[in-house]
Design a protein around this ligand. Sequence first.
Ligand code: TRP
Length: 338
Amino acid sequence: MQGNNPQEKKKVIFSAIQPSGTITLGNYLGALKNWVAMQDEYDCIFALADLHAITVRQEPAALRRNTLEAYALLMACGIDVNKSIFYIQSHVAAHAQLAWVLECCTQFGELSRMTQFKDKSQKHADNINAGLFTYPTLMAADILLYQADLVPIGADQKQHLELTRTIAERFNGLYSPTLTVPDPYIPKTGARIMSLQDPARKMSKSDENVNAWIGLLDKPDDVVRKFKRAVTDSDARIVYNPESKTGVNNLITIYSAVTGTPVEEFVAQMEGKGYGELKSVVADAVVETLRPIQTRYAQLIGDKAYLAQCYNTAAEQAARIARRTLTKVMKKTGFVMP
Ligand code: TRP
């Protein structure tokens, strides 16, 4: 992975996504497409965060299926196991091991202030488990194990990355410089895709209204239908105005993101046309974007042996790097080493 010349050492990027069901067009355009694009410029390490997923109750068969499907789907999107390390978090034991040590360097008060913990404990009031509480420390362990320089994250994870930096600085201060303090990576492009039904909210697979989001494996007919039903406004003029025309904006943003056409250029093309046509143009562009991903996905998910070979190799690569960091941390903490 690294160049021979140490001066040319690429920066390390780490990111992870939870394998909890469908991956949406919002995830793809907001995050995954950037992951794919970063693979040449950086040493990328990507994980499926299955350890994080069990902080909310999972049906075992569904977790297993979702993890395999997400692995195949991310590969189909362009995560390339020959360029990047793409593994399943639970395959690398060092995550849980480092998380424990770091939990002892994290304050109860700090974890109590995490807004995602507060939100999720309201949503899952019947299962406010300790893992849900310490989840940000596990996330810190994910990142710090690989001495990542940069972490691409959405706004919802910013607070967790801040805490990761605090934990790394604290460990380095208590012992000696050991852990790289990571910076957030704000991609040059990266669209924020909103719900098709309520453009004030982010597109999310947890939305009960399936018309609000596009899944990467949605059939062409479903994509077309969902765009047909997309909320617009009563103005009927195609202009890009983030202030007032959120539904129309979102459609324009999606088109621009999938085709690479600048927003102004697309708006000019659509001048004088109606919302019906806008929706069908956008739907067609999305269908064409999803088509090759779905074809590749079908091949991959049909070849379980190949998938296993990919994630097993990646786990070995990841474990090798992770073990180096874990050993340093254990030694500095004062454990007698075996
Ligand atoms: N917590 C992230 C999410 O729910 C996923 C995640 C786990 C992650 N570990 C990470 C993201 C490390 C970035 C870096 O979206």
